[in-house]
Design a protein around this ligand. Structure first.
Ligand code: ADP
Ligand code: ZN
Ligand code: ZN
Length: 824
């Protein structure tokens, strides 16, 4: 075995890998995936062993220092996935590996600064204001770590100053690696080590004082009654003895003291009696799909590569049942399964079904778990104790020894994309991981994304279709044959013309009245994304667009009322009159859910309303509480935003009102149309989920828009075709790849300068190398041009492979996103 290894060091800004040697005391104890400590520059850092190497790339290798955990933290398949993700996403490998590390383990080296020369005045040096602030801080607080100091110096580069002070001898600095913040949880147990009779004979001689003897006797008596090892805290409670007493009894070999590792199991809190656990005879459609999936498993077993399955079926068509079967098949073959869902708290049904079907074998990863709970789930997955991991996108990185199935339910959901560095898309990562593991991958959705559909059309994925709902309840005459609720378009231009200046059209008003009268429930949906910046004419529906690139202009109040194109930077004054119909009714749109709620209350004083939006869900468990109230019939009208689109099952809802469908349609983003279409179809699907039937009223100022037309007719194929044509014409995915480069800076001038500089540099490099990329978009301010204190600018590269062009020349301090899901 070679004694050289390649190490990915855990320093986020470091993209490369480094060669090290294994010191004598660790020879034979290191393998790929091990988590180790190693010297790096002047620091000690963590690192993951990637592989053994025969010949190190440097003559003088340094030795690693220590092995942190006896078991590898990454399997070899996970190492392969990490390397491929880093390569494709242009992210530093260390940052990607950080995704795989157990919770609480990822620690970056830090530096402790302290004052060395206490007699500052004697030094007689002139201090900059930063230096004197820093010294004051350290004087009052004592030694501090760099990240603690950061909190006192926003936007000030104090580190340079600190290094200067270290050189002068005023400060000392020392590199440290904080310890991992979670550890396995142990409990101490006690157990009788001898026969009860021997314990009884020992009773008289247990200590020098009466009190001591009594405590120890009580403890021993109690342990005589206990058949098994028991938590020491019970012994303390029962006998009044202390740890020293038990220690003494153990030394006399009367009892055994042990440390037992325990698992913090979040599922012990969920005990649900009503878990359904039936296995069904598959429907004809399910059988067909299952045949394909099953043969996929056989091919995998023979070591043949297979394609991902795109399981396309409306809600209630039996997809989950197929996930359950596939999981069973994976387990039968001695492998494990990863089930990805958009958000656990919104998908309790799927979790319950897995728990019921596979009791004791399921680990649920959940953002609300404590770090300790997540760590334990991680370790149980690694040890093979858990066969199934369910969770959001990060669950993909659970260390299962040999995954045989990866499912991504509602695979079109935006939450599969991590929009903070390291950027990654869990659905495409799932597909890569399945290829690496040689296992089945099922992407399920009622409304797959344009790109996912396209992949199926060109044969990269294998499409499986479930076209019918499996309804157990018989439907009323009205609802028969109407699997999907009818959608009525309310033209808000006409409403205005007829003098209705309210939020609700006559149609929605009447439908609400009717629903409330029958004691049924209604949902009112409000799309909040980009609300206040949508500028349009209320008389003709005209939306202001850029004359150069046809991108919708957005409204900014800074520097007077301005309209701005986020594609080319074009600007104009906010028009006073509509250029199309000359109406003075052109303005920005702004409407919140509070406003909708008060309108409902004004119109229907008896209606009980409930709001479900960002504001009302900040509290822990708010989702469950609000939904619980509504499902239990304690409210008649639920008013909410995006969250309403998720896979809820609310049988008493017979009316869905879409307050303004156009919002979001005119955002300067190539993915805007798709996002709105998805939302509208999903929200509409909330109506008529039961035998009561139901309908949707969709309010709009642009009834003729292709998205509104397609959504109102449930015309998924039509929308898809139109959108594909559009993307092809404009040069967007799936016909090109996009890379977004984003720069953030608190100084707007600096942000713009930096963006222009990089754009010019990239432009000249592309020309010099004769790269065949489409014209870059930008540099322009992002649509959300300010985030916190920072101004944002972006450059978008497009072409068949812009990522390759950027590889090896990534600009420092830029956020680089390959295949972004939004350009806002
Ligand atoms: P989806 O995941 O597409 O929403 P589900 O798998 O949840 O669909 O199925 C919808 C309902 O139909 C569930 O209550 C499920 O238990 C039931 N179901 C699924 N498959 C069958 C079947 N073959 N026979 C009878 N009922 C079924
Ligand atoms: Zn007009
Ligand atoms: Zn433009």
């Amino acid at each position: 075995m070679s004694s050289f290894i390649q190490l990915a060091v855990n320093v986020p800004s470091i993209a490369g890998v480094f060669d090290y040697s294994i010191p004598e005391h660790l020879l034979g104890r290191i393998s790929p995936g091990h988590f180790v400590l190693a010297p790096f520059g002047k620091q000690t850092v963590q690192g993951v062993v990637l592989r053994f190497i025969k010949h190190p790339s440097v003559t003088q290798t340094r030795e690693i220092l220590e092995r942190i955990d006896p078991d590898p933290v990454l399997t070899s398949s996970q190492i392969a996935l990490a390397e491929s993700l880093a390569e494709l996403s242009l992210s530093p490998l260390a940052a990607i590996i950080g995704l795989f590390l157990p919770p609480g383990w990822n620690q970056q080296a830090d530096t402790i600064f302290d004052i060395r020369d206490t007699n500052l005045e004697s030094a007689n040096i002139e201090l900059s204001s930063t230096a004197s602030r820093l010294l004051k801080l350290l004087q009052s607080r004592g030694a501090l770590r760099g990240r603690q100091i950061d909190r006192h110096f926003s936007k000030v580069d104090w580190r340079k100053t600190a290094q200067g002070l270290v050189r002068r001898g005023t400060l000392s600095s020392q590199s440290v690696l904080p310890p991992a913040s979670v550890r396995p949880k142990y409990i101490r147990t006690a157990q009788l080590a001898v026969a009860p009779e021997s314990a009884e004979t020992a009773m008289d001689d247990l200590g020098n004082t009466e009190a001591t003897r009594t405590r120890r006797q009580k403890a021993l008596h109690f342990l005589i009654t206990q058949p098994e090892a028991i938590n020491v805290s019970w012994v303390y409670a029962e006998s009044g003895c202390n740890a020293a007493d038990l220690q003494e009894l153990a030394e006399r070999e009367l009892i055994l003291l042990r440390e037992t590792e325990i698992w913090r199991d979040p599922l012990t809190k969920i005990s649900d009696q009503s878990m359904e656990n039936r296995e069904f005879v598959l429907t004809e459609e399910q059988k067909r799909a299952w045949g394909q999936i099953e043969s996929g498993f056989r091919q995998c077993a023979e070591g043949k590569p297979i394609k991902s399955f795109l399981l396309e079926g409306v809600t209630g068509s039996g997809k989950t049942e197929l996930y359950l079967r596939a999981t069973q098949e994976a387990l039968r073959r001695g492998r494990q399964a990863i089930i990805l869902v958009p958000e656990i708290s919104l998908t309790p049904q799927i979790v319950r079904r897995f728990l019921a079907r596979f009791p004791g074998q399921v680990g649920v990863l959940h953002s609300k778990l404590s770090e300790g709970e997540r760590y334990d789930t991680w370790r149980r997955a690694r040890s093979g104790a858990l066969k199934i991991i369910i969770g959001p996108r990060s669950a993909l990185f659970a260390p299962l020894p040999n995954p045989g199935l990866i499912v991504a339910d509602e695979c079109n959901d935006d939450s599969y994309y991590q929009s903070e560095p390291p950027f990654y898309n869990a659905v495409s990562a799932a597909q890569s991981y399945a290829r690496i593991c040689g296992c089945a991958c099922i992407l399920g959705s009622a409304t797959p994304s344009i790109v996912q559909r396209y992949q199926a059309d060109v044969g990269e994925n294998l499409r499986l279709e479930l076209t019918q709902r499996i309804t157990s309840e018989p439907k009323t005459e009205l609802a028969k044959g109407l699997d999907l609720p009818p959608i009525h378009i309310a033209d808000m231009r006409e409403e205005l013309k007829s003098g209705n200046r309210g939020i609700f059209s006559h149609e929605l008003n009447e439908a609400l009245a009717f629903t409330l009268k029958r004691g049924e429930q209604a949902i009112l949906f409000l799309n909040r994304r980009g609300t206040a910046t949508y500028v349009f004419c209320r008389d003709c529906g005209y939306a202001a667009k850029c004359p150069r690139c046809d991108t919708p202009l957005t409204y900014h109040v800074t520097a007077g009322e301005q309209l701005l194109c986020h594609r080319c930077g074009y600007q104009r004054q906010m028009p006073k009159r509509c250029p199309e119909c000359n109406s003075g009714n052109i303005r920005a749109y702004g409407l919140g859910s509070e406003k909708v709620e008060s309108e409902v209350q004004a119109l229907f004083p008896k209606a009980r309303t409930l709001r479900w939006d960002w504001e009302t869900t900040r509290q822990k468990d708010a989702h469950e509480i609000i939904l619980g109230h509504f499902a239990a019939g304690r409210a008649d009208v639920l008013i909410g935003t995006q969250m309403l689109a998720k896979g809820l099952d609310l049988p008493r809802v017979t009316l869905v009102g879409i307050v303004l469908a156009d919002v979001g349609l005119f955002l300067p983003d190539p993915f805007a149309a798709e996002r709105v279409f998805q939302l509208l179809t999903q929200v509409a699907g909330r109506a008529g989920r039961s035998s009561l039937g139901g309908g949707v009223v969709l309010q709009t100022f642009v009834p003729e828009h292709y998205v509104i037309q397609a959504a109102s007719q449930h015309n998924v194929k039509g929308f898809y075709q139109h959108e594909l044509d559009q993307r092809k014409r404009l040069g967007y995915p799936p016909f090109t790849q996009l890379v977004r480069l984003e720069y953030r800076h608190p100084d707007p001038v600096k942000a713009e300068e930096e963006a222009r500089k990089l754009a010019a540099k990239l432009q000249s490099q592309m020309e010099a190398e004769n790269r065949k990329l489409l014209p870059m978009i930008g540099p322009v301010p992002c649509f959300f041009s300010k985030l916190g204190d920072d101004y944002r600018w972006q450059i978008i590269l497009r072409g068949s492979d812009p990522a390759t062009f950027l590889r090896g020349r990534l600009p420092d301090h830029w956020r680089v996103e390959v295949d972004p899901v939004s350009l806002l």
